[in-house]
Design a protein around this ligand. Structure first.
Ligand code: ATP
Ligand code: MG
Length: 202
């Protein structure tokens, strides 16, 4: 299976771009969705998260207190590494299983932290980066989530910078225009990925 990894900073437009590819019938595997599923009750990772971080990150009803866990790992890099050690190998396995189960010319795999984790490159034929000036990322995330400017800037500061991400790109979408422009760029890339996948999978 020919695979395209999609990445970009917070609020850069990954979900919008993924939806555009999906509208062409492209299967989308989203590592955020996988991570969420792994940490719902009955999810593979939840038991271990509870064992490591304790009831302080759990709600009374047995679900994960995501805000409490976020605060815990944001403040403590050792805790963050522990959480990553629980989640990352399982997310990766789930991605591999999902790819193996697909039958399509190519698949899009949304990996927000592709550059930060340094993983997945062996699984990907192509990396597509959504690029966006930070001011626009901040404005879009504030409008969407109601987070304060400071909070968005703290998240941005913890992520890879634009230059680092662009250095990993085979293809780039600059998301400064309208949603229509975005759709047109995705349509062009879709043609190109179909052609590329045809060369690799005769
Ligand atoms: N070209 C655009 N024009 C107008 N609004 C846009 C455009 N691209 C994205 N947005 C809006 O900006 C916000 C962020 O976009 P989106 O959710 O696709 O980003 P994301 O990279 O998936 O974010 P996250 O990292 O939080 O998952 C959304 O509210 C989206 O509707
Ligand atoms: Mg998103």
């Amino acid at each position: 299976m020919f695979t395209v990894g999609l990445t970009g900073g917070i609020g850069s437009g990954k979900s919008m771009v993924a939806d555009c590819f999906a509208s062409h019938g492209v299967p989308v595997i989203d590592t955020d969705v996988i991570a969420h599923d792994l940490t719902t009750p009955g999810g593979e990772a939840l038991v271990q998260i509870r064992a490591v971080f304790g009831d302080a990150v759990m709600r009374a009803d047995g679900t994960l207190d995501r805000a409490a866990l976020r605060r815990r790992v944001f403040a403590d890099s050792a805790a963050r590494h522990q959480l990553e050690a629980i989640l990352h190998p399982r997310i990766r396995q789930a991605v591999e299983r999902a790819i193996a189960a697909l039958n399509a010319p190519y698949a899009l795999i949304v990996i927000p932290l592709l550059v930060e984790t340094g993983g997945y490159r062996d699984l990907l034929d192509r990396v597509l980066v959504i690029d966006c000036p930070e001011a626009l990322q901040i404005a879009r995330v504030m409008a969407r989530s109601g987070l304060a400017r400071d909070e968005v800037m703290a998240i941005l500061a913890a992520q890879a910078g634009r230059a680092e991400r662009l250095a990993a790109a085979d293809d780039i979408i600059v998301n400064t225009g309208s949603p229509e422009t975005l759709r047109a760029e995705v349509a062009a890339l879709h043609l190109s990925y179909q052609a590329l996948s045809g060369k690799i999978l005769p």
